[in-house]
Ligand binder design. Structure first.
Ligand SMILES: [Zn+2]
Length: 172
């Protein structure tokens, strides 16, 4: 897990992330989390893309097995359950609001982009709209920062501690 400032991104990392996503990875500013084997699991993208457009989603889950496992959770009404949790549990709501603030602070450490001020990702601070974004944040920040991301990661049929990687750049 890694939050800004990030180590410089290598050509190899960009190649693997591009292969994982199935498209060229652009404006990558860091690898925020990795599998135990070293393969990227969360890519960090610049708050302002090279074409000038603002980009609020700092952390993006790029690992195919992780993304699939989280998609399965989303398909099983887990977001509605977690939304109820945020609405109904004051301690979770407080921690979730703090996660929102942490997310914005991470992003501002890279670049402050006024157009996305106060806008984080995944539905924070009040709603649960994208578990991929929240799990990405949880993996980048480590346990105890994003309560909903932590819950989803525990429940997902994927773990950064169990390598399921393939050679993503193998074109054969
Ligand atoms: Zn791996």
């Amino acid at each position: 897990m890694t939050t800004p400032p990030f180590a410089p991104v290598t050509e190899d990392d960009i190649a693997v992330v591009s292969a994982q996503l199935g498209r060229p990875a652009r404006d990558v500013v860091g690898i925020a989390a990795r599998c135990i084997c070293g393969a990227p699991t969360v890519v960090a993208t610049a708050p302002r893309l090279s074409d000038g457009s603002p980009f609020p989603t700092l952390y993006y889950l790029c690992h195919p097995a992780a993304t699939a496992a989280v998609s399965t959770l989303e398909a099983n009404q887990v977001m509605a359950e977690y939304s109820d949790l945020v609405l109904g549990d004051a301690a979770v709501a407080f921690a979730y609001a703090r996660a929102h603030a942490a997310y914005l602070a991470d992003r501002d450490r890279i670049e402050v982009v006024p157009e996305v001020a106060g806008i984080s990702a995944g539905g924070m601070p009040n709603r649960v709209k994208c578990l991929h974004a929240l799990v990405g944040h949880a993996l980048a920040a480590g346990p105890g920062v994003n309560p909903i991301g932590d819950l989803a990661l525990e429940r997902a049929d994927w773990s950064p501690l169990v390598c399921e990687c393939i050679d993503y750049t193998d074109k054969t």
